[in-house]
Design a protein around this ligand. Structure first.
Ligand code: ATP
Ligand code: MG
Length: 426
């Protein structure tokens, strides 16, 4: 990135784009998913602009492996569809082309869009985000509608150049997250961007521009009224990217935690547990929403619910429901996920009460118990008073697992079935 870059603090609409030719950046086609390349080449061969856009260009320039490769083009979704047999148009409000490949692989192709002018906005629009997503524009306009400068870089398949309309290359070099345009306005348009700011700062280890921090301070109240479906998705992204603990700490520092989790009391142990969950995900273990939910709630659950041996499981059930229900209603989380999270909490309660209580052997045999125990082990790293209890259960579960895998000390004898007499031949 040797070129002179835009030195303005905020991107200037009139400033020309910075273009890095192939020799001035390190992105090689070997690093790009082959299906994404096929899509880019085909669009390009048919006379359309075809760019790699969004997070993939950012990640490639940072030397990280992109999660997905999104394509931007001047072809409309309908034009894209005519070029690919395996293309499906999706989204009623936000038309996108999905090009499907073998092995459930998918390349998302979006037509360049722009921020509509104020007089184009419908007067009754309380759904600014969706309306804005649907006005087609040119590549430069498409860059300016995006959230952060580092998320608005393009890779042009036609000449392998990187195109920067918004000062994103400079911010990548400075490792700073900067909003495109005025953060106060951009957060009013879409408050979810406040959470995304914390997420990208944590994921990439970037500092957050002071203007974003000041705007979060002034606009944080808007977050609780943002689309709960989009917030829920963005919250799961925190877990998938192993930054849930870190982002929740930042959210507390910037006054966003209550906006996100009005119904879940956060304790110091909650942050610690979330960080252990993030470590677990970093080890390559899949993160289900039920586990994410249970880990947000477990410390408050144990604080409210004593675990003496004579404590009835129904008391624990009531506390679990009290904590989970309002959150799940707010975020429209399906009952199945809530029940699985509740079972994780109740399972930890059973384990914390100690061994030798009614129903133990059935509990030990239950297929879900291994998952509960794995979760409980994380909690024991925080609450050391449970160490002895943990050791007792560990032995019992190991024996049970051994029996399952057929490592029994004395193999069970099979009773021989008496053979049926062969039918008499005539
Ligand atoms: P990753 O996929 O690695 O999580 P990403 O940058 O690709 O990161 P996505 O959520 O996949 O993030 O979004 C793709 C792109 O769409 C972003 O890079 C950004 O340019 C744009 N974008 C996403 N959400 C918003 C938003 N709320 N406002 C403006 N632009 C957005
Ligand atoms: Mg992405």
């Amino acid at each position: 990135m040797s070129q002179t870059l835009n030195k303005n603090r905020l991107p200037d609409h009139s400033a020309p784009a910075v273009i890095l030719s192939r020799s001035e950046h390190d992105i090689s086609r070997n690093q790009i998913d082959e299906n994404a390349l096929k899509v880019l080449y085909r669009l390009n061969r048919h006379g359309h602009l075809a760019y790699l856009v969004g997070g993939s260009v950012r990640d490639l320039l940072l030397g990280r492996a992109p999660k997905d490769f999104d394509v931007g083009t001047d072809a409309t979704p309908e034009q894209t569809k005519t070029l690919f047999r395996n293309c499906f148009l999706v989204g009623r409000r936000f038309r996108l082309a999905h090009i499907r490949f073998r092995g459930h692989q998918l390349v998302e192709v979006a037509t360049f869009r722009r921020n509509p002018d104020a007089d184009e906005l419908p007067s009754d629009s309380d759904d600014h985000f969706h309306f804005v997503q649907n006005v087609y524009g040119d590549p430069r306009e498409d860059a300016f509608r995006r959230d952060f400068t580092i998320n608005a870089l393009f890779y042009n398949i036609d000449d392998f150049s990187v195109i920067d309309h918004v000062g994103g290359l400079k911010d990548l070099e400075e490792r700073t997250l900067r909003m495109i345009g005025d953060p106060l306005v951009r957060f009013e348009e879409d408050p979810v961007r406040m959470l995304r700011a914390l997420e990208f700062s944590a994921r990439l280890d970037f500092s957050i521009d002071a203007e974003i921090i000041s705007a979060i301070d002034q606009r944080r109240h808007l977050l609780s009224s943002a689309s709960s479906a989009r917030l829920r998705e963005e919250l799961m992204e925190l877990f998938r990217h192993r930054v849930a603990g870190q982002v929740c700490e930042m959210a507390q520092r910037y006054g966003l935690l209550d906006q996100l989790f009005a119904d879940i009391p956060f304790l110091p142990q909650t942050f610690a547990l979330l960080k252990l969950i993030d470590q677990r995900t970093a080890e390559g273990k899949p993160i289900r929403e039920s586990l994410a939910l249970a880990s947000l709630v477990l410390p408050a659950f144990f604080e409210r619910c004593p675990t003496e041996r004579n404590q009835h499981i129904n008391d624990a059930l009531a506390v679990a429901d009290q904590l989970l229900r309002p959150h799940c209603l707010h975020y429209s989380i399906a009952q199945g996920i809530r029940c699985e999270a509740r079972d994780l909490l109740l399972g930890c309660f059973r384990l914390a009460r100690g061994r030798g209580l009614k129903g133990e052997s059935r509990f030990l045999r239950h297929p879900f118990t291994a998952q509960i125990f794995e979760f409980f082990v994380l909690w024991c790293q925080i609450d050391h008073s449970l160490n002895d209890t943990y050791a007792l259960w560990q032995g019992a579960l190991a024996t049970e697992a051994g029996e399952h895998t057929g490592e029994r000390k004395s193999p069970r004898r099979r009773r021989k079935r008496p053979r049926r007499k062969a039918a008499m031949q005539p």
